[in-house]
Design a protein around this ligand. Structure first.
Ligand code: FMN
Length: 316
């Protein structure tokens, strides 16, 4: 169905990547994504490398399809993280939240394919200079830790695509066939989904969080810590709403009890990282359905557009 540099480099049928997410992006979710023909990713941002080792072992039992690992550099506590990833026999790595010069050479020398997450054109050019194989271009509407000056996918993606030759995976707001088709039209060769995957049936988070995503409107996220670091986008709750314009507090202090929220379902105990696209998610659905429908609807949308506006030339 899809054949491009991302499917070739990642060895997947469908160029959809499940976002890395601390504690969430583990074998239950990632194996469902890989088995659906897309790219499952195991997180390391929890810092629990013993648990991660078990999760990677579990992946080999749960799927014979490719999967990758994320190194979120700001959260690396163990300096041996790169050796750890290489030793696990992983072939695809995304690096994020840090300088692309830090790990790229070491990972590439070990034969891994490296995509770096970038929130600006400047960061994209720096990553290309550092020798990455590809970029994950992440718009500020997405959930998670963010650049303090967020730029929407609609602006950032075509800007970066016009300046680099490496393959791009678009992140931030990706949720269905039309958004995937739009990303392809803007120069990406794949998409990464975070919030959509948190809400999936196989996601290990508490049902309260999934329901909060289903209930959320497109206005129900807050952008926190813009005055300090790290900035982040999260679901609007009483707690995060109070932090929105409070420049005295660092929102990271509210991440302390994150597991009570993630797995205990107490939505006021911490911060639920979440993208604006929650406003477009209206049901908890199995990963296989999300991916199959997204892929088919994307192809349909591209075919419909070509049929509806036939005046162009494929060769431009
Ligand atoms: C709960 C949650 C946790 C995240 N944790 C990470 C992480 O550990 N590493 C990382 O690179 N990105 C992380 N992100 C960002 C995602 O990788 C992804 O790029 C983003 O969610 C895309 O936007 P979307 O939410 O609109 O799909 C996280 C996002 C969410 C929602």
């Amino acid at each position: 169905m899809f054949s491009n540099r991302v499917t070739e480099m990642l060895g997947v049928e469908i160029p959809i990547v499940q976002a890395p997410m601390g504690w969430i992006a583990r074998s239950q979710l990632a194996s469902a994504v890989s088995n659906a023909g897309a790219m499952g990713i195991i997180e390391t941002s929890s810092g629990e490398l013993d648990a991660i080792r078990d999760e990677i072992r579990a992946m080999r039992d749960l799927t014979d399809k490719p999967f990758g690992v994320n190194i979120a550099q700001a959260f690396v506590r163990d300096p041996a993280i790169v050796d750890f990833v290489i030793d696990q026999g992983i072939t695809f790595v995304t690096t994020s939240a840090g300088s692309p010069t830090r790990y790229t050479a070491q990972l590439k020398n070990a034969g891994l394919t490296v995509f770096h997450v970038v929130p600006t054109l400047r960061a994209a050019l720096k990553a290309v200079d550092a020798g990455v194989d590809g970029l994950i271009v992440e718009g500020g509407e997405g959930g998670g830790f963010k650049s303090p000056t967020p730029v929407a996918t609609m602006v950032l993606l075509p800007l970066v695509a016009s300046q680099v030759d490496v393959p791009i995976i678009a992140a931030g707001g990706m949720v269905d066939g039309p958004t995937m088709a739009a990303a392809l039209a803007l120069g990406a060769e794949g998409v990464q989904m975070g919030t959509r995957m948190v809400s999936a049936a196989e996601s290990p988070v508490h049902a309260n969080w999934k329901q909060a995503i289903v209930d959320a409107a497109e206005t129900d996220t807050v952008f926190l810590n813009q005055h300090t670091s790290p900035a982040l986008r999260a679901l609007r709750t009483e707690r995060t709403g109070a932090l929105e314009f409070d420049h005295q507090q660092n929102a990271m202090e509210s991440m302390r009890n994150v597991l009570d929220l993630y797995f205990g379902g107490d939505m006021e105990s911490a911060i639920a990282l979440c993208g604006q696209v929650a406003g477009r998610i209206d049901a908890v659905r199995p990963v296989a359905d999300i991916i199959a429908e997204c892929a088919q609807d994307c192809l349909n949308r591209l075919a419909q557009l070509a049929a509806r506006y036939p005046g162009g030339h494929a060769g431009e």
